[in-house]
Write a protein that binds this ligand. Structure first.
Ligand code: MRU
Length: 341
């Protein structure tokens, strides 16, 4: 696993055969991003299986590492369900074969979301009669680093940029752990895309100045009614976007939809360590006795979301109907056999 906590300074890898180290890597955000933690947990279960560890115990441990992203539980449930079969023809154990399938499906889903998302941005450009290409704001990191494929929201931005639909990318630095400034900027740099990092609190003012044409973000969990949990700060972006008539687009695979989560109020929001807020780069920046409150995510109500791009198509309000129409989803959000694809 690429240790994302060390980016952009160092490209260092974590090598392990111990699923508990996968748990640690997920907890400390060495691997992060909703789809990627699902994939990492699935491979973690394959390691547990190879080591003869009880799979249900390992799955419970992996699934408890982070509470908000539904992909984690979705992936461990899938691997657990598959692990009752015998070894596959290619010598892969059932858990390893299922982990590879989850990984490959994510790569394919990313490609489909990028196509649908780029087409949606082209529509937005036409409707708004924007001269030239769009200027977009994105939050956190939703690229290859977050999915194992080409990314969700950032994949859409990259695809649209290649097609001349997007020109300027404004990257929210994403306090407190700087996934935007460290990771999204790193990815955009490697892709040769022009971008600028902004402090999270600059976005609203830039929208007021008419310098933003669309917001494109990912999701950690989408409720059945279309409420969206994503990195803290997303809700503020959505409120500002609504106030200034800027389209607010969410890009996420259907594995991020929690069908047993009826609305955003039922989404558990991860609370992380105070030091993440009180320190910067390992050095304390807050006053000596300061305490912090550090929710890692927030919930954007469906009413503020212009459209949700999934690998099964673009859904628009009313979301409860549109999400249900995506296909029969099992309680964990997995597509059921026979569901329309
Ligand atoms: O805490 P993180 O870095 O795992 O948070 C990630 C996000 O909030 C992403 O926007 C979300 O997982 C979608 S990743 C395609």
């Amino acid at each position: 696993m690429l240790d994302q906590t060390q980016l952009p300074q160092r490209e260092a890898y974590i090598e392990t055969r111990d699923y508990r180290e996968v748990c640690t890597a997920i907890r400390r955000l060495s691997v992060r991003g909703a789809p990627l933690i699902g994939i990492a947990a699935a491979y973690g279960l394959a390691l547990a299986e190879a080591a003869g560890v009880d799979l249900a115990t390992a799955a419970a441990e992996l699934a408890s590492t982070r509470p908000t992203a539904v992909n984690l539980r979705w992936a461990t449930n899938r691997v657990l369900a598959s692990a009752t079969g015998g070894s596959r023809g290619d010598g892969a154990t059932p858990a390893l074969a299922e982990a590879r399938a989850i990984h490959e499906e994510q790569i394919a889903a990313d490609m489909r979301m990028c196509e649908a998302g780029a087409a949606l941005l082209a529509e937005i450009r036409e409707a708004a009669q924007v001269r030239g290409a769009l200027r977009v704001v994105t939050h956190c990191n939703t690229g290859a680093l977050a999915t194992g494929g080409i990314g969700t929201a950032l994949g859409v931005i990259l695809t649209a940029h290649r097609r001349g639909i997007v020109r300027d990318v404004l990257v929210d630095e994403t306090r407190p752990l700087l996934q935007g400034a460290r990771l999204t900027a790193w990815e955009l740099e490697r892709a040769g895309v022009r971008y600028r990092v902004i402090v999270d609190s600059a976005a609203a003012g830039l929208m007021a100045r008419g310098e933003v044409d669309a917001i494109v973000v990912g999701a950690d969990r989408i409720a059945a009614n279309g409420d969206v949990a994503n990195k803290v700060g997303t809700y503020g972006l959505a409120l500002a976007a609504r106030a200034h008539g800027v389209p607010f687009i969410v890009v996420a695979p259907t594995s991020t939809i929690g069908q047993v989560t009826p609305d955003g109020a039922r989404i558990e929001i991860e609370e992380r360590a105070e030091d993440e807020v009180l320190q910067l780069g390992g050095r304390r920046t807050a006053a000596p006795a300061a305490r912090a409150l550090n929710p890692a995510f927030d919930v954007t109500p469906a009413a503020l979301v212009t459209a949700i791009v999934t690998e099964r198509g673009v859904v628009r309000p009313p979301y409860d109907e549109a999400i249900a129409a995506l296909g029969a989803l099992s309680p964990s959000g997995t597509a059921m056999a026979g569901a329309p694809s």
